[in-house]
Design a protein around this ligand. Structure first.
Ligand code: PMP
Length: 403
């Protein structure tokens, strides 16, 4: 793959030229949220200036413009993950997508003691949502390098397993899970699978047809798009069988005091005025990213991950948590003498934005025996200069804290 033109890519992100604490910004908190390219900012601006109106009740021209742009966004998002448009339900993000599956799909199908099989690296949204729906959550163990122990996972796949849910990529470790194998084994036993794509969607190509997954959840804000918007892909048969979980405008066909009937999929899951700008912004971000190509993105981020892994090894007393051979752009680490919170604060003074804490993966922290980690996470606009700035900051942490 030819190297990306980083200068040109960075020029698309106005926020990257902000100075923080008087320093050049090295933004390495992309797993939390990504920055936004000019094309996406312009789409939001254009929407509010030229198209804004409520959708789906189009008798006037603006309502027609808004509806065309909004439903066009659904086509674009569907095409990006190679899915039919009616199988894309718009939500507030990964969390709401998972909660929708928990409430509308899982809850009516389970009895006390029924299980959702997870992995130890799942995000809280992929644990708590199932518990709220009344399921027992069972987690497959990980190797010391943060790889799912597949044989152990397989052993936990039992008669009580009503659903399998798994992160495509771990937000705390960077581990890429073998979702194809997981889907194959679960389907062989008639068990549906949800993939949490929050950390996958912006970093590698995804194809719903090829994957044959039952549910796939993601957020636009981790995909260079706006906050407060995301989607759930689901198999059509599931969407048809599922009851709506929120009532309101747009999700109905008829309403009477004696009872109501539902709109067709996906609209029966989209109650109320939707996030029109969010959908349009997400589609614009996808247009922008797709023009670069997810293969090129993955190659760039992987090369940078390898560079970062090597450079972090130079920092005395630093230990990387998550060293799986199949890994995407996340560098989680702890240091002998400094608490992650202190690491984060000192790096901030150096212009380096990382995240510290449990990253919404408390069971994973327990597995590795740490209360928290410091996490640098990569995106398309990061380069070796960002990693160098990170390592220089960490050398400073070492000098300050080493006994
Ligand atoms: N799953 C994973 C793996 C994540 O990284 C995140 C975001 N940190 C979520 C789910 C939840 O995404 P959101 O907060 O956008 O709903």
């Amino acid at each position: 793959t030819p190297a990306l033109d980083l200068t040109a890519i960075r020029a698309q992100f106005p926020i990257l030229s902000e100075r923080v604490r008087g320093k050049r910004l090295a933004y390495l908190d992309n797993a939390a949220t990504t920055q936004k390219p000019e094309a996406m900012l312009q789409a939001l601006d254009h929407y509010y200036r030229k198209q804004n109106s409520n959708v789906h009740r189009a008798v006037h021209e603006l309502a027609e413009r808004a509806t065309t742009a909004y439903e066009g966004a659904r086509d674009r998002i569907a095409a990006f993950i190679k899915a039919p448009r009616e199988q894309i339900v718009f939500t507030r993000g990964t969390t709401e997508s998972i909660n929708l599956v928990a409430r509308s799909f899982l809850q009516p199908r389970i009895e006390p003691g029924d299980e959702v099989l997870l992995t130890t690296m799942e995000h809280h949204s992929d644990i708590v949502s199932w518990q709220l729906a009344g399921a027992k959550t069972v987690a497959a163990p990980l190797d010391d390098d943060g790889t799912l122990i597949f044989d152990e996972w397989l052993k936990l796949l039992g008669p009580r397993t009503k659903l399998v849910a798994v992160a495509q990529v771990s937000n705390s470790l960077g581990t890429i899970n073998p979702i194809e194998d997981i889907i194959r084994e679960a389907h062989a036993r008639g068990i549906p699978v949800l993939v949490d794509g929050a950390q996958g969607i912006a970093h590698m190509p995804v194809d719903m047809q090829a994957l044959d997954v039952d549910f796939y959840a993601f957020s636009a804000h981790k995909l260079y798009g706006p906050t407060g918007f995301g989607a759930l892909y689901a198999k059509r048969e599931h969407l048809e069988a599922m009851q709506p979980w929120q009532g309101g405008g747009d999700m109905i066909r008829t309403v009477a005091f004696s009872g109501s009937t539902w709109n067709e999929v996906p609209y029966k899951f989209e109650a109320g005025t939707p996030d029109m700008a969010g959908a349009i912004g997400c589609a614009a971000a996808i247009d922008w990213l797709d023009a670069i190509g997810l293969e090129a993105v993955a190659a760039h981020e992987h090369a940078l991950l390898e560079y970062g892994t090597q450079r972090l090894a130079e920092v005395p007393g630093l230990r990387i948590i998550g060293t799986s051979p199949r890994k995407a752009g996340i560098l989680s680490f702890v240091m002998d003498d400094a608490h992650p919170q202190d690491i984060g604060s000192i790096l901030d003074m150096e212009g380096v934005a990382i995240r510290t804490g449990h990253h919404c993966t408390m069971p994973l922290m327990e597995r590795f025996g740490v209360p928290a980690t410091a996490r640098a996470s990569l995106a398309i606009y990061n380069g070796q200069d960002d990693i160098d700035q990170l390592v220089n900051g960490l050398m400073k942490v070492h000098r300050l804290f080493a006994a």
